[in-house]
Write a protein that binds this ligand. Structure first.
Ligand code: PMT
Length: 219
C-alpha cells in the first residue's frame, strides 16, 4: 500500500495569529483563523508525516494524529519552533506573526486618562521562519507571503531574503481568499519556478501544497 509522500518525515507547521499583550486585558493581533495551517497539518498527517502544529490562539480543534503546541506571542512561537528543531525535516510557516509588539507590557490595566491621543511604542518581533532558515542544519523551509500587490515580486524577495526553499504567496487584499476565508488561491514560488494554484478550499489546496512540498524536498 502507499505509505504516503511524507512517510517518516517530521513536519513542523506554524499556524494562526499571534497576540502581543499591551496590558493584562488587551493585545495587538490580526484576522488569521488558523484554517490554512490546520488544513496543511491534516494533509501532512494524511501524507504519512509526524506533524507538530505550533498554533497561535484560534477556534479550531486539534487535528487528529498530530501534536499541537498552543502559544500566544511571537516570542513564544519562536521558542516552541526552535525547541526540537533538530528533529525537523520540513518547516512550514503559515502563521500570521505580528511584526511588532509593545515595547513593554503594562502590569495593570491601562487607564484612559484625559488625553485624546494615545501613542504606543512598538518593537520588532523576531522573524521565526528566518531564524529556522538561518540554522546550519536547516530543515526544508517553506514560508507564506501575505501580499496586497505585486504578489510574485514580493514573494521572490522574501524567498531570498529569508533564505527559504519555497514560498506560497496569497493575495490578502481579497476577502474571498486569504485571511479567515474557507478558500484560498496561491502562487507557489521556488528559486526556479512559479506555479499558480487556482481558487479552491483550503483543505484541497493543502493536499496539493503538501504534494508539491514533498516533491521539492526530495531533490
Ligand atoms: O489563518 P487563515 O485565516 O487561514 O489565513 C491564512 C493566511 C492568510 C494567514 C496564510 O495563508 C498566510 O498568508 N500566512 C502568512 C501571513 C504573514 O504574516 O505573511 P508575511 O508576508 O507577513 O510573512 C512572511 C513569512 O514570514 C510567513 O511565512 C510568516 O509566517 C513568516 N514570519 C513573519 C514575521 C515573523 N516575525 N516571523 C515569521 O516567521
Amino acid at each position: 500500500f502507499d505509505r504516503g509522500s511524507l512517510s517518516g518525515k517530521r513536519v513542523f507547521i506554524t499556524a494562526g495569529p499571534t497576540r502581543e499583550a499591551l496590558d493584562p486585558v488587551r493585545y495587538i493581533s490580526n484576522h488569521s483563523s488558523g484554517k490554512m495551517g490546520y488544513a496543511l497539518a491534516e494533509a501532512a498527517v494524511d501524507a504519512g508525516a509526524k506533524v507538530t502544529l505550533i498554533s497561535g490562539p484560534v477556534n479550531l480543534p486539534a487535528p487528529q494524529r498530530c501534536e499541537r503546541i498552543m502559544v500566544e506571542s511571537a516570542e513564544q512561537m519562536l521558542a516552541a519552533s526552535l525547541e526540537h528543531i533538530d528533529e525537523c525535516d520540513i518547516f512550514i510557516a503559515s502563521a500570521a506573526v505580528a511584526d511588532f509588539r509593545p515595547v513593554a507590557v503594562a502590569e495593570h490595566k491601562l487607564k484612559k486618562g484625559t488625553e485624546e491621543i494615545m501613542e504606543l511604542r512598538l518593537v520588532k518581533n523576531p522573524d521565526i521562519v528566518a531564524s529556522v532558515a538561518a540554522r546550519q542544519n536547516k530543515p526544508f523551509t517553506v514560508g507564506f507571503a501575505a501580499e496586497t500587490r505585486d504578489v510574485v515580486h514580493y514573494a521572490q524577495d522574501k524567498l531570498s531574503r529569508k533564505n527559504l526553499d519555497l514560498i506560497i504567496a496569497n493575495d490578502v487584499s481579497r476577502s474571498d481568499i486569504g485571511f479567515n476565508s474557507d478558500d484560498n488561491a496561491v502562487t507557489v514560488v521556488s528559486h526556479d519556478d512559479v506555479q499558480q494554484l487556482p481558487l479552491s478550499s483550503k483543505r484541497q489546496l493543502a493536499s496539493k501544497l503538501i504534494e508539491i512540498i514533498a516533491a521539492h524536498q526530495e531533490n
